[in-house]
Design a protein around this ligand. Structure first.
Ligand SMILES: Cc1ncc(COP(=O)(O)O)c(C=O)c1O
Length: 490
């Protein structure tokens, strides 16, 4: 997050004046400047604790894929290890060993023959590392053939998460986006293969689209790229963005072939802090074999003791999330993860059934993918998904409304990410509030029609998107290399 400096004379810079100042604080506390003197620990805690009450309630935050609850034993372990730096392998050799065990467990889960891997801060860092390895490998292949360096490109659906756009821009790789075509809201294999050339470092396949939760057809892509190579075309690897699905598919659809069982899949990223069930920020990057990770990208440092190979964008980082990941591996095992993911998928199916039974909504998410319910409004009820989201927010629920990626950005949807904590009871309460919201908005739409003022005055700054099942205003196309409209979808 980028922050700007607040000027001392601005109204935002007014000092904090807590209500209990008369007892505990004698003078106001500066907000944006280091206070002249310190304060008691309990008071510093209380000030921050109180301010955080104004944040959204993490339990009702159905927008995020990121874990908001862990067991008390995991909390204890994380608090005990808060001061442990992951990078100090010589000082904390057991932490390094636990990290290595996690990489091994994931390599086995993803059917790797002889993988290498590393913990990262999240999938974004993992994606940047994997992208760099792909770019270096592409360059080495060209140099080996005596070909001049031209601009590398990467092919991906327009529905990629923003971290892929960042990768392309920061590391100077041309992004080639496969536009969505209603009702295809994920990568089209034929279209992706059509964009590939000698300078393509990889095609990205997402195992669970951030927008709809749908899996991209990795096996079909693998087959199509192999056919292309067999006909004398370019030989292009696949990276699987398994940010969410990497911890879902192995447990809910173990026979689905999306991982290193497919030859072209050379690297995979997964977020430990999503369905790996760890608090933010841990992710993992895995390469099929050591050959897929060029040596030049690995740095060796000796100033912490023994030789340490690292491939990360950061140096220091907390070790507690990595230890918490291992806690979950031991605590849950394969059967425990299967049980949790099974329960979340059941809740997602229940919500899907109940929502479609109302007739008010159309469901975009697909069964057998992420435990996510993505839905739009049926027809044109006179209000939008943005109104629904704003009304739910007033009831405490955070259910985001957004438009899909190009060229389906005129379709607007809501999304519920089912995580641990959204029990069946809570799901029923949410359904009740959704139904009350729709009734209230329908009433408002009717009365504004009777007044002749048209539709509900929209609660949000967003433009009214097209409801599902209503015709598109105008078909528009986009050049594949054009940047899609970036969403705040995560
Ligand atoms: C498909 C996909 N890739 C990458 C990311 C980025 O993951 P992280 O937040 O772990 O950096 C997300 C986040 O939601 C995602 O959904």
């Amino acid at each position: 997050m980028l922050a700007r400096q607040v000027q001392a004379e601005s109204t935002e810079a007014a000092p904090l004046t807590p209500a209990y100042a008369s007892r505990a604080l004698q003078s106001p506390v500066s907000r944006y400047r280091l206070p002249k003197d310190g304060m008691e620990p309990s008071l510093a805690y209380q000030l921050i604790h109180d301010e955080l009450q104004l944040d959204g309630n993490p339990e009702l935050n159905l927008a995020s894929f990121v874990t908001t609850w862990m067991e008390p034993e995991a909390d204890r372990l994380m608090a005990e290890s808060a001061g442990r730096n992951y990078v100090d392998a010589d000082e904390y050799p057991r932490t390094t060993e636990i990290h290595n065990r996690c990489v091994n467990i994931l390599a086995d889960l993803f059917h790797a023959p002889e993988a290498v891997g590393t913990a990262t801060v999240g999938s974004s860092e993992a994606i940047h590392l994997a992208g760099l390895a792909l770019k270096w490998r592409w360059r080495a292949r060209r140099e080996a053939r005596g070909l001049p360096g031209t601009r590398p490109n990467i092919v991906m659906g327009a529905n990629v998460q923003v971290c892929w756009e960042k990768f392309a821009r920061y590391f100077e790789v041309e992004p080639r986006y496969v536009p969505l075509r209603e009702p295809r809201y994920v990568l089209g294999v034929e279209e992706a293969v059509g964009l590939v050339d000698e300078n393509t470092i990889a095609v990205v396949a997402i195992l669970g689209s951030t927008y709809t939760g749908e899996y991209e057809p990795v096996e079909e892509l693998d087959r199509a790229l192999s056919e292309l190579a067999a006909k004398g075309g370019p030989d292009v690897p696949i990276h699987v963005d398994g940010a969410s699905g990497g911890f879902v598919a192995p447990f809910s659809t173990p026979d689905l072939r999306w991982d290193f069982r497919l030859d072209r899949v050379r690297s995979i990223n997964v977020s430990g802090h999503k369905y790996g069930l760890v608090y933010p920020g841990v992710g993992w990057a895995l390469w099929r074999t050591a050959e897929d990770l060029p040596d030049e990208l690995v740095f060796h440092v000796n100033y912490l003791g023994a030789d340490q190979p690292t491939f990360n964008l950061n140096f220091s980082r907390g070790a507690s999330q990595i230890l918490a990941q291992y806690y979950n591996f031991l605590r849950l095992g394969r059967s425990g993860y299967s049980q949790v993911i099974g329960a979340l998928s059941d809740t997602a199916s229940y919500l899907t059934e109940q929502l479609s039974a109302t007739g008010d909504f159309q469901i975009l998410s697909k069964p057998g993918t992420l435990p996510v319910v993505c839905f739009g409004l049926s027809g044109d009820p006179g209000f939008t998904v943005f109104d629904v989201s704003a009304h739910l927010r007033a009831r405490g629920w955070i259910v985001p409304a957004y438009t899909l990626a190009p060229d389906a950005s005129d379709v607007s949807v809501l999304r519920i990410v089912v995580r641990e904590g959204l029990s069946r009871d809570m799901a029923d309460l949410l359904l009740g509030d959704l139904s009350a919201t729709v009734a209230a908005l329908t009433g408002m739409a009717r009365s504004s029609q009777q007044d002749g003022t048209g539709a509900v005055e929209h609660c949000s700054r967003h433009a009214r998107g097209r409801a599902l099942g209503t015709p598109r205003a105008a078909e528009h196309s986009r050049h594949p290399t054009q940047k899609p409209g970036t969403q705040g979808v995560c």
